[in-house]
Ligand binder design. Structure first.
Ligand SMILES: *Cc1c(COP(=O)(O)O)cnc(C)c1O
Length: 372
């Protein structure tokens, strides 16, 4: 859907902060290690094409996405750097990936067998072997499987084995026991390859931040690029202060005095306290990704915290104001007001989830404004 450009709710994306996070990360890495910016899920809600352009300007050498369509829209936006799809594409789409120069993961012998009949002879297929070193999601799990798959891939004329990678399950935890085990498995398995591919990579943001000195050709930087910590528990251990790029704002579209005892919203679940309260309405709801679990959480109006009262509706929700405010008064849902701020982590903490989920869910219906 085209973003609505005519409403009182909007996202502000600070591209300077994205650049800053990338450049700080680059400084941590051994010379020659390149950054692939992860822009799946519409750039974690920030807008994939804009983030991709910003990341490339800041020095990222490639991009990662989760599904082929995301890669295709980047190519349609004339972005020419290497793009890797992180999850298996449909076998019948492989020629399209080849045509658009999009790299794909090879996750098992069975998948490879399905792919082969669809490989076109016009352009090389760029492939990354996936090793499941302990995530339990996709990829081969033994050295024997890996060797045999490598051999089969290398026999295929129109395939360029460009990479090999794995993904960590616990890199965002302070306890590194499981992480170290996965790292050892990955290194041992890569060592059995006949030839080391161009891109050997294992780091997500947590790994790139906490284990920046790992020797590898590239890292996959997602959440850190957007200026958020991969988990609350490693904030203190981060090598530099991340700068969040995303703010979410709305405006009061309705303000009224409600007498004590009256109720607000679906289900009439919130009862106004005596003698009465100022209640404001803001145009954001669960269809925008501002979910129903936010009832009772805070927003900021005129530098004061205000509570969301009643159930969040599909397109609107109500807040309790300390006093009357004029229509179009700014409401901060994520971001900084004068002295108070709300972070994606605050929202995640309130709703018992992770910051990734809060930002990814912000829907296309919210216009995104880019600032420097
Ligand atoms: C999403 C994803 C990443 C990025 O993870 P962050 O924690 O956001 O840095 C990296 N690698 C793979 C395989 C992923 O699926």
């Amino acid at each position: 859907m085209e973003p609505a450009l005519h409403r009182n709710t909007w996202l502000e994306i600070n591209t300077t902060n994205i650049c800053y996070n990338i450049k700080q990360q680059q400084k941590q890495l051994p010379p020659g290690t390149v950054i692939f910016a992860v822009v799946k899920a519409n750039g974690y809600g920030h807008g994939a094409v804009e983030v991709a352009r910003t990341a490339i300007k800041a020095g990222a050498k490639g991009l990662c996405v989760a599904v082929l369509d995301e890669a295709l829209s980047l190519r349609a936006a004339r972005i020419t750097v290497p793009i890797l799809v992180l999850a298996p594409i449909r076998a019948e789409d492989v020629a399209l990936a080849q045509l658009k120069d999009i790299s794909v993961p090879i996750t098992s012998a069975e998948y490879w067998q399905k792919l082969v009949p669809f490989i076109s002879a016009e352009k090389p297929l760029k492939a990354h072997l996936v090793i499941d070193s302990g995530m339990g999601r996709i990829g081969v799990r033994t050295a024997t499987e890996l060797s045999s798959l490598e051999q089969q891939i290398r026999q295929e004329t129109f395939v360029e084995l460009e990479g090999v990678f794995t993904h960590f399950a616990t890199a965002d935890q302070l306890n590194q026991v499981y992480f170290n085990r996965q790292l050892r498995v990955f290194e041992e398995m890569v060592a059995v390859l006949k030839e080391r591919p161009l891109y050997v990579h294992c780091s997500n943001s947590a790994t790139a931040l906490l284990h920046s000195q790992l020797q590898q050709s590239s890292v996959r930087l997602g959440i850190g690029m957007y200026g958020l910590s991969p988990s609350p528990e490693i904030v203190e251990a981060l090598p530099y202060q991340l700068r969040p790029a995303l703010s979410l704002y709305s405006q009061l579209i309705h303000v009224k005095w409600v007498e004590g005892g009256e109720t607000i919203g679906y289900g009439a679940t919130y009862t106004v306290k005596a003698p009465g309260e100022w209640i404001g309405t803001i145009p954001i709801g669960y269809a925008d990704g501002w979910l129903r679990d936010r009832t009772g959480s805070q927003v900021i109006v005129a530098d004061q915290f205000c509570e969301i009262v009643g159930r969040v509706c599909m397109d609107q929700c109500m807040i309790r104001l300390p006093q009357r405010y004029p229509l179009q008064t700014k409401v901060t849902l994520i971001g900084q007001d004068k002295t108070k701020q709300l972070t994606a982590d605050d929202v995640a903490h309130y709703t018992d989830t992770i910051n990734y989920e809060i930002i990814c869910l912000l829907s296309d219906r919210i216009p995104r404004v880019y600032t420097e």
